[in-house]
Ligand binder design. Sequence first.
Ligand SMILES: C[S@@+](CC[C@H](N)C(=O)[O-])C[C@H]1O[C@@H](n2cnc3c(N)ncnc32)[C@H](O)[C@@H]1O
Length: 246
Amino acid sequence: MHPQTYPELESSPGRLEDDFVTRRPRADEAVKKVVRQHWNGRAETFDDASHHGVHTADQRDRWLDVLREWAGEDSRRALDVGCGTGVISLLLAELGHDVAGVDVAPAMLARARRKARDAGHAIDFFRGDAERLPFPDDSFELVTARHLVWTLPDPESALREWQRVVEPGGRVVLFEGYWDHEEPWDEYEEIHGDLPLYDGRPPVTLRELLGDEGLRDLAHEPLQDPTLWGREPHHDYYVVGGTVPR
Ligand SMILES: C[S@@+](CC[C@H](N)C(=O)[O-])C[C@H]1O[C@@H](n2cnc3c(N)ncnc32)[C@H](O)[C@@H]1O
C-alpha cells in the first residue's frame, strides 16, 4: 500500500482560507495534538489491560470468532483505523486478511510494528489521521475501528472518509461502547468538550449515525462476553457495521 503524502499533523499550519470558511479545521488539529500526546504516553502499558490486549488463548479465539463473523472469511484488503498497538490488525492478519493500520500516535504504532514483526505478520502501519486518510479512493474492502469514534473531533466526516477508501460493496465495522465516563481524565480534561461522541453511544444511536452518513445493510450485536475483555465488561460493548453503497 502506497499512501499519498499529507503534511504531518504537527507541521500542518491550516490554510488561510480555513479561517474564513470555518475555524474548525484548525481547532481540530489542536485537539488531535492533545489526543496524540495522550496515546503516545500510554503506548508502553496499553496492552497490559485485559480489555485492551489479548492475554489468553481463549480471549484470542473469541476475538477471532467475532472477526470471522464481522470481517468475513475470505481474505480482504483491510484497514484498521486508529489501530493503536495493532490488537485488531494482528488478529485480522491471523485470519488471512491483507492488513494495513493507521494511527495518529507514533509510539502506539511503534508497538504495533514490533508486535507484527514478532508474530511474523507483514502489516503496513502508517502514521495518519482517521479523518483525512492518506490513501486513494477504493483502496480497501474493509475498514475496522475499535474504540476510536469517541476520541474524534469530527466523527461524521471520519465515517465519510472511511467510506471513501472502501470500495463499493465493502464494509465498515466498528467495535464500540457506551462508557458514559464519569469524569474526564488526563489530557481529556482539556478536550472532552470538543469530542462529540466522548461518552460513547448506545449501539442503536451509532447505527443510526452510520445510516445517516450513507452506510447500508446496517447490523449490530452486543459484545458482552467476558472472555473478550478478560473480565466482566464494565460498559456496554458492541460491534456495528454497514456496507458502502454501490
Ligand atoms: C482507545 S485506543 C484504541 C486502539 C485500538 N483500536 C484498539 O482497540 O486496541 C484509540 C486509538 O485511536 C488513535 N487515534 C485517536 N485519534 C486519532 C485520529 N484522529 N487518527 C488516527 N488515530 C487516532 C489513538 O492514537 C489510539 O491509538
